[in-house]
Design a protein around this ligand. Sequence first.
Ligand SMILES: Nc1ncnc2c1ncn2[C@@H]1O[C@H](COP(=O)(O)OP(=O)(O)OP(=O)(O)O)[C@@H](O)[C@H]1O
Ligand SMILES: [Mg+2]
Length: 554
Amino acid sequence: MSRIVGIDLGTSTSEIACIVDGAPRLIPNTLGKLITPSVVHISDNGDILVGENAAEYLFTRPDCTFMEVKRLTGSGEVLRAHGKEYSPEEVQSMLLKYLVGCAETRLGEKIDRAVITVPAYFTDIQRRATAKAGELAGLHVERILNEPTAAALDYGMANLKECKNVLVYDLGGGTLDVTVLELFEGVIDVKASRGNNHLGGKDFDEIIMARLADTTGDERALMRLKKAAEDCKIALSSREEYGISLPFLLTAKDGKPVSVERTVTRAEFEEWVREKVESTREPMMTALSDSGLSPGDLNVILLVGGSTRIPCVQKVVQESLSAFPKSPVDPDLTVARGAAIQAGLLEGSIASAELVLTDVCPYTLGTSVVHEGLYDDRLVFDAIIPRNTTIPTEKSKIYHPHTDYQTQARIEVYQGDSADPQNNERLGDVMLTGIPPAKRGREPIEVVFAYDINGILQVKASVVSTGKQVSAEINTTGVKPKPVLDLSKWEKANGARRYRPAIRKAEKRIAGGADETGELDILVKQIKEALLLEKEEQAGGLRDQLLELLEAMP
Ligand SMILES: Nc1ncnc2c1ncn2[C@@H]1O[C@H](COP(=O)(O)OP(=O)(O)OP(=O)(O)O)[C@@H](O)[C@H]1O
Ligand SMILES: [Mg+2]
């Protein structure tokens, strides 16, 4: 069998590694560097440039040069160059091809097998799209591995004798992952993951850019501004202030040239990005509580990703966990090293008795069901695989058709923790037909969710009495991730005060055991969610229903 390489396909930078003499080794690119910018340029004659050579064209040819494409993974968006359309997966595959080409040259052998890492919080769709990019690059993707888990493998392999509780905080160019795991003499047991697929250094750059100039419609000016903003951000990690100078950045509408000359201090920068950085507390605390640990139980905090070099990011981690995060791993290379270790375990160049890994599904997966209440029937989300279940996993539930003589049922598949299916991410559906007509509630249907080790979901549904089955790999594109809602913060939402009396009243009744059907609880949750999502009209309607229900209750 041929060798397997490990690839960290990052938003800003990518790396490739493999096992040499039993240890992970980064492979340099054609310029001799271990880190390759995730930039692709398609030239006028169709040649493809990748990495630093491509990055040069960001300023002169932004129309056919792509960066931060990982953000679009699985979004269904199209990228355009020279009048041709490219999917994000195609562009990602060009990056992969380049990295694999570098490895082939270095190692002098053909490579067609890879482990590719993804953020732990990547959805099913994003994982499939990543695997697709690998396929387009001519690779057998042997495993999709979670990035923080890869970092844990790297740390675990270097510390085989240790027994520790570890928190990985990975803030890169585009994504945040927090993973809590237990390391026990080479057994890596992931307990919980939480994150944000749309938070990273890119956002900090954009915040700085917005403070400096409006470059709407001028791609070249935008790229110059982006570069200056990123330089400024990076400089402020080690300096107190930084001078930005962009002479003749663009021409204003009145024909006058616009230049940017200004000094940004670290304090200013920290103020600008405070909200984003603060927002990383919630994933840390949720991942910890989901793993049943408190900050005091943590022995090691691994900082991964370039953005963890920012002092105020380190400060928030330190404050939240009451411990000083150290970086016993290389924040830029550890994910690729971990991917190589996983590759080594698969190809057999690392003894699998030495390192054992379990991972989790970071999302709650489930379907929607009709909940019959006293007042009304409503659609609610019903969990099948609770978040942070160890994978692979297969779970099933029995449901019944909701109406008399119903012969088909659509099993909707959702990801999220909201009681209202609409507030969760809809992944797709499976249609079960051929249900023998019967009175409602008579004909049981079994729904099975199988979540594999790559984080990919398969849904099966069958009629219990006849054994008729349908199954589908959930496959939809264009799903936008939904924000993570913390229901306990509902009172901070706009207009929440007007809802407080009704909610308090309902919560009192629930606490007093009056909510036998669970309907009050569902309504209260849905109102809080609607408020947090600023869906005032929906919240109003739900409140009316809640009040009516309270009125009707004995
Ligand atoms: N010294 C520094 N101070 C602040 N930010 C930095 C520093 N060095 C790198 N960065 C930022 O780190 C980000 C890149 O980090 P990294 O290469 O770990 O991300 P990535 O792996 O490409 O992204 P992701 O993991 O989100 O897909 C960029 O936004 C870059 O500007
Ligand atoms: Mg990364």
